[in-house]
Unconditional design. Sequence first.
Length: 445
Amino acid sequence: MTITEFRHHKPPRLDALSREELATYFTETWELYEWLFSSIRADGAIYEKTDPLRQPLIFYLGHTAAFYVNKLRLAGLRDGALHERFDPLFAVGVDPASAGELEAQSWPTEAEVRTYRAQVREIVLEQIETVALDLPVTESDPAWALLMGLEHDRIHFETSSVLIRQYRVDAVERPDGWSYAPIDGGVRTSDPIAFEGGRAAIGKPTDDIVFGWDHEYGHLARDVAPFAVASTHVTNGAFLEFWGDDGYGREELWTAEGWAWRSSIEARAPRFWVVGDDRPSYRAMFDGLELPESWPVEVNRHEAEAFCRWKGEGWRLPSEHEFAALSADASLIDGNSAFADAYNLNITYGSPTPVGFMTGATTPSGVHDVFGNVWQWLSDEFYPLPEFKTHYLYEDFSAPFMDSEHGMLAGGAWASSGASASRFYRLWFRPNFFQHAGFRLARDA
């Protein structure tokens, strides 16, 4: 497999879904996940925890498979358990505030999990051949359980890639066909772009042609005051100045919560920088590289907010409605970024690109990479839209996280594919969590 074999596989349209397309999308989704996990080469590495706030990769290898089985059963498409131990063991992910909240587990062998995955694969293919396909497929149809499994799989391609990226380099090997973007290119300056403000709306229509998660649906319009945003994401080069000015050692630049996090883990630089005696280098997915100054920096929300304070001049993170306003003139196909080739989405590259590098990804107003490259931290805490309701197949997908402990992100990243690359997708994480995520500066006009 190569990245170019995956990049054009967009999410299925709900109004034109066929069994053949569903089977193809499933096979590609499954192989994409296997392709990623083939990078883990060191003996026993799959049982190592690369992030103290997450399970080892053996859990995520089993998790996406168990999800299919459990959702098919809830949808009435399957009776009984496939595996009395594995179905519940791999069912629920984690979201701890601290590493101490994670309970120790006794994990099965990788061979056992591989056997389980093979069984699930056959079950899903059989369901695709028999499930009712009444068009357009809606969230009340049994086929929704299959689509939910597929998009959940793609979400975990992305989250698992973040964990694999944190392995020691000698534990992984870049899979055949995986390609990074060029180190140089794009644009050299980040200019303020002014927006007049006005009415901006967020929310996914119920008749949208792409699968959606419960928290996406609804409609919320707000008046947005005039504002400005930087034309690019903050780059590694720009963040290098903050780092060189002792940004990680100056408490006054950080929120109280951010400084407590920085102090608790003695953070000295972004997670994917490698700091030695000289200039920092960069950890790409599987390799160490010279620091790509023109690529967007990848940080958590605490670090993004500290940079904003250091930058001064009223710079801050944009709100969700400001993001909606600046993305209103973006280049889309069928009104959705998930179908567009202009952005570094859908694993066009196996890394970020230089800011402004993607042809066609600049809006008429001059904003580069509104979608793709890296997720963009927002100023909002995760909240429900007015028409929010949970879906019976996944009651706890988003509702438990709608609180002040989870910040929002928008725009997608290079590793976002399928429905996760949709302009409607609303991502959330704890502010100390790492993702392929960076930020763009905003300020009042």
